[in-house]
Design a protein around this ligand. Structure first.
Ligand code: C2E
Ligand code: MG
Ligand code: MG
Ligand code: MG
Length: 278
């Protein structure tokens, strides 16, 4: 009997896995056409000054509006895009679209704040990455100071020298660079002072427990102290509660991104968010 139940449980797991694999195959098959046929969509999540609740920036986050599967989140297709090399055309589209959106907002008289786009390490390692990004900005006559690039620590692991060189050239061109999901990678501390970056984004896994877990809080305090020493700006990711806002303000951390202020929303809704002043 117990064996039977075990058997059916495994059958159930297998079926789930089969569905997942099937979905992945569909996504892999359809991704190239999706990029070409305009099925990708950008949502934007506000970055907020916790003292004034002012909008100080936003992050562009890609979604895939699949004709049969509906709105597919990035965690389901970014790794596929990386494995197939499609991440390069995908992120070129993201960059261009986010910049065009900022210019559209400016024409509508919205306050101009920087937009951040995520750069995969695969894309970052392309030999022409700097030329390619700068060519897009030039083509659009985009103000470089309104662009931020978010990169993760994983890129640093194998290609430290190349990453330092590439990020330095971005910085020289007036583009700011943030280290995303900070604290989740390896050897964070040893190379940090060498990196030409402007900002650390503390990963939401540390922010999650900050009011309830002493270890999370200690880590966040240490990151804040260190970033001050290095002259880096800090963004706290994944703020969901008022208590987190209060604690972080006490710790002199003032910039946040999280559901407490707003989830990522379509371009038309960013400035409609009543919670924010702008
Ligand atoms: P990320 O760059 O760390 O972006 C933040 C993610 O955290 C977003 O998920 C956002 O919805 C989520 N988030 C923000 N605040 C909260 C909160 O308070 N609570 C919780 N539970 N989650 C919060 P999303 O949009 O699903 O994106 C997931 C990841 O997909 C991004 O993480 C980024 O790594 C990746 N991604 C999205 N667009 C791109 C892209 O154009 N290129 C690359 N390489 N990766 C991308
Ligand atoms: Mg990011
Ligand atoms: Mg992040
Ligand atoms: Mg994250």
């Amino acid at each position: 009997d117990a064996q039977n139940r075990g058997g059916s449980r495994f059958a159930f797991f297998d079926r789930n896995r089969a569905i997942e694999n099937h979905e992945r195959l569909i996504l892999e098959r359809d991704l190239q056409a999706a990029i070409e046929h305009g099925e990708l969509v950008l949502f934007y999540q506000p970055k907020v000054d916790m003292r004034t609740e002012e909008l100080v920036g936003m992050e562009a986050l890609v979604r895939w509006n699949h004709p049969r599967l509906g709105m597919v989140p990035p965690l389901k297709f970014i790794s596929i895009a990386e494995e197939t090399g499609l991440i390069v055309p995908l992120e070129r589209w993201v960059l261009r679209t986010a910049c065009l959106q900022v210019q559209q907002w400016a024409r509508e008289g919205r306050p101009s704040v920087p937009v951040a786009v995520n750069l995969s390490q695969i894309h970052l390692m392309q030999t022409d990455i700097v030329e390619s990004v700068l060519a897009t900005l030039e083509d659009l006559k985009f103000d470089n100071s309104l662009l931020e690039l978010e990169v993760t620590e994983s890129a640093m692991m194998h290609n430290e020298a190349q990453v330092i060189e590439v990020l330095g050239r971005f910085k020289q061109a007036g583009i700011s660079v943030s280290l995303d999901d900070f604290g989740t990678g390896y050897s964070s501390l040893s190379y940090l002072h060498l990196l030409p970056i402007d900002c650390l984004k503390i990963d939401r896994s540390f922010i999650k427990g900050i009011t309830t877990n002493e270890n999370s809080r200690a880590i966040v305090e240490m990151i804040l102290t260190m970033s001050r020493q290095l002259g880096l700006h800090i963004i706290a990711e994944g703020i969901e509660h008022k208590e987190q806002v209060e604690l972080l303000r006490d710790l002199q951390c003032f910039t946040a991104q999280g559901f407490y202020y707003s989830k990522p929303v379509p371009a038309g809704e960013v400035f409609a968010c009543r919670k924010l002043s702008s």
